[in-house]
Design a protein around this ligand. Structure first.
Ligand code: NAP
Length: 518
């Protein structure tokens, strides 16, 4: 393995700094080599200044050139081969199968954004020439250098070359990534792959930099730098909110796209419980335990009306939870936080533990099934907060009105799932209407874990799931987070981007005098 302690692209540190840290293998709590050195304020500033300099060049690259760059990053990640997978297993405790799947998702995501750039219509070019003068033309353009923060639980897909980086580079922004201290070696390998792609495709050096760090100072230095024009964050509520607060308190406030935790309520309607309770109990158990419950889309709440079917469902769910396989949690801190979160839930009035599986090994995350009545749930918002790990709270409503009240009382979440029959859907239209205001993705007869990367996906939702519910962090519309519309009034074609020239040299879809045309 060739890990260097590299702090930002092209620069190597001597390794004598005071703020040194190592990754820890969560399967045995052993520290891994090498030491990583936290970037100094001066180095962070240097990386951001390079990003600003590179932006002046990178933003003018054509869609085809930027698309080729993204595709080359994908190729370079694949060329890392097993070294990347093995380092990532050691740093996260995740399985090879899971990480190979996540790598495929990461490279396909980069390639998909590449295709969007080559096609070109994402810029939403609008042209108005109907009045003789002035001509008005507008399109989306890149914001500037972006700070990216990845999460611990997706060391590739929501990390150095994950969704935020792919969409911001696609929009034409340059990037400074804060590496996640739980997987610094994985971060460094992927940063090296991006560096090779920069060289191979002739992009300016500061298009991408990465800084290591295990203290809050590194992240704050990025957010507070005046050249940084937006933040992409995936992680905890506390982290996202702290960065959001810092960003809005800058002399020049900037947008923060923080995708944070979520509890992803699952509503079980009477017809589904009658027809399908055993399958649903198995499916809910699998979804809660997938990735040891460490997904932002893990279902943390299951809500149903009391009935004989519901009691039978709960009995099956209890059996399933008792025999669920535990797994290694991502870090010792996350494992400790899971225990604290469980203790906190169990101390809340009316909450009972009804099943848990056996623990097994270091930092083991074992399944927990808890229950509470609807009145206690409705009077205590603590019960709606995410506990990161394989736990679900079952909430029993006395009747359908209470079920809808529970939905009305919810804060914002990434997803809500509804299990029902066609008849249930007719009978619970008001529930569906309420949930549309609460989440970014509504799922019918399916589980929230597993987020497809495509043109229609929305992975977002009202606060506190995110700090901006108007966008998504997964899927190609994520590109819109890092661009803003710019209008050109009365400019000759010679001074306009190709997207806005009269003869449509790129042959893209544009809104010309109110009609979409190519
Ligand atoms: P995290 O602890 O918030 O860390 C994310 C990154 O932000 C790290 O680099 C961290 O650096 C930095 N950070 C956190 N607090 C900060 C602060 N106050 N100031 C400056 N930097 C700060 O999150 P995590 O444990 O990695 O991820 C797990 C969480 O992510 C779960 O809640 C999960 O649901 C959520 N998640 C959400 C999505 C989504 O799309 N919505 C996807 C995946 C995960 P330091 O560690 O150095 O502080």
């Amino acid at each position: 393995m060739n890990l260097t302690g590299l702090n930002f692209l092209g620069e190597k540190r001597s390794g004598n700094g005071n703020q040194a840290f190592r990754a820890v293998n969560p399967a045995n709590n052993e520290e891994l080599e090498p030491r990583y050195i936290e970037a100094t304020k001066q180095e962070i500033n240097q990386a951001i200044e390079l990003a600003e300099e590179a932006f002046q060049v990178y933003r003018h690259k054509s869609g085809a050139e930027k698309g080729k760059f993204l595709e080359t990053i994908a190729d370079e990640i694949m060329y890392l081969g097993d070294e990347l997978i093995e380092r990532c297993i050691a740093e996260t405790g995740l399985t090879r199968k899971r990480l190979e799947g996540e790598r495929a998702r990461t490279v396909n995501q980069l390639k998909l954004f590449g295709e969007v750039l080559v096609e070109g219509s994402w810029v939403d070019a609008r042209i108005n020439t109907e009045e003789s003068s002035p001509t008005i033309k507008s399109m989306k353009m890149a914001l500037g250098p972006v700070g990216v923060f990845g999460a611990s639980n997706f060391p590739m897909a929501f990390s150095v070359a994950g969704g935020d980086t792919a969409s911001a580079l696609a929009a034409g922004c340059t990037i400074v990534v804060k590496a996640h201290p739980a997987h610094p070696g994985t971060c460094e390998l992927v940063a090296g792959a991006v560096g090779k792609a920069i060289e191979k495709t002739g992009m300016p050096k500061g298009t991408f930099s990465m800084v290591q760090g295990a203290s809050k100072d590194v992240g704050m230095a990025i957010v507070n730098h005046p050249y940084i024009k937006s933040i992409g964050f995936t992680g905890s509520f506390n982290g996202g909110k702290a960065l959001f607060d810092a960003a809005v308190n800058r002399p020049e406030p900037i947008p923060v796209h923080a995708e944070m935790g979520s509890t992803n309520p699952v509503f079980l309607l009477p017809g589904a419980l009658k027809e399908n309770k055993d399958n649903i109990a198995e499916g809910v158990t699998n979804s809660v335990n997938l990735g040891v419950g460490q997904f932002c889309t893990k279902p943390g709440l299951v809500v149903y009306e009391d009935s004989e079917d519901a009691q039978n469902f709960r009995a099956t769910l209890t059996e399933q939870f008792q025999k669920a396989q535990p797994g290694t949690m991502l870090t010792p801190d996350i494992s400790t936080a899971y225990r604290k979160g469980l203790d906190n839930l169990l101390q809340q009035e009316g909450v009972q533990l009804i099943a848990n599986s056996e623990e097994n090994g270091t930092n083991s995350g074992n399944a927990h099934l808890l229950q509470v009545g609807s009145d206690h749930f409705l009077s205590n918002q603590e019960l709606e907060k995410e506990v990161f790990g394989p736990v679900i709270l079952a909430v029993t409503a006395e009747n359908s009105k209470k079920l809808v009240r529970i939905a009305e009382n919810l804060q914002g979440h990434l997803t809500a799932s509804l299990f029902g029959t066609e008849e249930d859907l007719e009978n619970y239209k008001d529930l569906i209407a309420v949930l549309q205001r609460k989440v970014g993705r509504l799922i019918f007869n399916g589980y929230p874990t597993g987020v497809a990367v495509n043109h229609a996906m929305i992975h977002g939702g009202p606060f506190p799931a995110t700090t901006d519910s108007r966008t998504t962090s997964v899927g190609t519309s994520a590109i819109n987070r890092f661009a803003r519309p710019v209008c050109f009034q009365n400019f000759p074609d010679s001074q306009l981007p190709d997207e806005l020239k009269d003869n449509n040299p790129l042959n893209i879809f544009r809104l010309v005098n109110g009609k979409w045309q190519q």
